[in-house]
Design a binder for this molecule. Sequence first.
Ligand code: ZN
Length: 144
Amino acid sequence: MMQSSQTSAPPIRPDPISTRDSAFFWEGAERGELLIQQCEQCRRLWHPPRPMCPQCHSVKMGHTRVSGRGTVYSWIVPVHPPAFGFAAPPVVALIDLDEGVRLVSNVVGVAPEAMRNDIAVMVDFEPTQGGKRVPVFRPCEEKA
Ligand code: ZN
């Protein structure tokens, strides 16, 4: 398990806003699991969670734990206005998971000037001010 970079300061990252559709996602994150919604009829994965399958229109939904491995599709560093709940402007990225689902998250553990598209990343979880955890991504150690 990768060690998070912890400081003595309490986390200021806002808590996630859980809805009936997304509760499983956030509850998984609290356990350190990245869960993606999956249609029980056609097995398609999708994100963000929604009440009906976009492919076959089934409302029988499940979810599956994914590897957490992915690549950065694109990214930005929002500067103005300052992002609420961050001491420094975060790297906001579109992550393409190996399982074929794209999600919005933060890339941590990398300087903005070192960011680029297509880097390999792995999920990690960071604490929020209310004691929950949310998924973020860290660059993978590239072995030469
Ligand atoms: Zn379906």
